[in-house]
Design a binder for this molecule. Structure first.
Ligand SMILES: NC(=O)c1ccc[n+]([C@@H]2O[C@H](COP(=O)([O-])OP(=O)(O)OC[C@H]3O[C@@H](n4cnc5c(N)ncnc54)[C@H](O)[C@@H]3O)[C@@H](O)[C@H]2O)c1
Length: 318
């Protein structure tokens, strides 16, 4: 049976995608270097269920090293699709000395994967892009044909990698699809992300740090909806770029109110200055994904938050 390759399989979204592919009866080769951006133990938990599955193979390795030794080529020989989710995430950490990590893990790695996948003619390559490519714009909702002017170094690297995908499609007819994810949440969410930080602090009875006035809005997307869109994109027309979002736009203060009601706790807020790279609003048009991928987000914010709270309660209190 041919194989799906998932890069970043031990991460938040990659582990959900891996579990879904295995549940759908697919063979999966997962590649992850367990970068130390957040604790390894969390990634071990993410991938624990997949590790027990007979159709799953975990390759713990750095993708660029795999490309350099030729091992990546061997792994891709039998692949029907590459889902490329590995990256250095995080807007705020992408300034200063750390930028070289973003350049390496987001741009260089994507180029090496594209080069190899094109060479061995993998039938489909799905790239995890980001709403951060749009930058700090007041042209809302964000549409795929907008001019992209990123507002953070992270956004620059995600857009650059997206351009690389487009180049391989245009020059070689290689089958790529780029999906611009809008703030993804749910169980296993990364510890640096807002909902995860909010819920962790609320459970600990500690104040929540909010950067800026809290009126900034985000289009939040539940992780299983993102996974639906990722899987559908393997069969999309070559070169497709599509937003994947929850389809609703909520301010951080509203999220905090919803959480306080739902968790039955009073939440204290510690306001801090707006951070460099943080955009004011994100809000996606999902017309392209609806039309081309038959995409339709199914999990609303209340239901999705409840699932994340339940997961974090279980982690904290057992
Ligand atoms: N979480 C979101 O809201 C969001 C939004 C937009 C885009 N994205 C994109 O989705 C993808 C997944 O994000 P996530 O939130 O699951 O992040 P994550 O950090 O949880 O997962 C990424 C994984 O990639 C691995 N990795 C990084 N560099 C690697 C390398 N050189 N070799 C092998 N493995 C490597 C890391 O170890 C990590 O486990 C990323 O490409 C990210 O840019 C995420």
């Amino acid at each position: 049976m041919s194989t799906a390759i998932v890069t970043g399989c031990a991460g938040f979204i990659g582990s959900h995608l891996t579990d879904r592919l295995l549940a759908d009866g697919r063979e999966v080769v997962g590649i992850d270097s367990f970068e130390d951006y957040y604790p390894r133990a969390m990634k071990e938990d993410n991938i624990a269920q997949a590790r027990d599955h007979e159709s799953f193979e975990l390759i713990e390795a750095d993708l660029l090293s795999l490309a350099e030794t030729g091992r990546l080529r061997e792994l891709m020989d039998d692949a029907e699709v590459v889902y490329h989710l590995a990256a250095q995430p995080g807007v705020r950490a992408s300034w200063g000395q750390e930028f070289h990590i973003y350049e390496r893990n987001n741009i260089m790695v994507t180029q090496a994967l594209l080069e190899t996948a094109n060479h061995v003619e993998v039938p489909a390559f799905v790239y995890a892009s980001s709403s951060s490519v749009y930058g700090d714009t007041d042209i809302l909702p964000m549409r795929e044909d907008a001019v992209c002017v990123p507002y953070s170094p992270y956004g620059v690297t995600k857009l650059t990698a997206e351009h690389l995908c487009r180049l391989y499609t245009r020059n070689f007819g290689f089958h790529t699809a780029s999906l611009r994810f809008f703030t993804v949440y749910g169980p296993r969410q990364r510890p640096d992300m807002a909902f995860r930080r909010f819920i962790d602090k609320a459970l600990a009875g500690e104040p929540i740090v909010v950067y800026g006035d809290g009126e900034q809005t985000r289009d939040f997307t539940y992780v299983t909806d993102i996974v639906d869109g990722i899987i559908a994109a393997a069969a999309a027309p070559a070169g497709m770029v599509a937003n994947l979002a929850g389809g609703s736009r909520v301010s951080l203060v509203d999220v905090i109110d919803t959480l306080a009601d739902f968790m039955g706790v009073a939440i204290r807020v510690d306001r801090q200055p707006r951070q460099a790279g943080d955009v004011r609003d994100t809000w996606a048009s999902i017309e392209v994904a609806q039309k081309v991928l038959n995409y339709g987000p199914e999990v609303g914010l209340a239901e999705g938050l409840a699932a994340e709270v339940a997961w974090l309660r279980e982690r904290r209190f057992g």
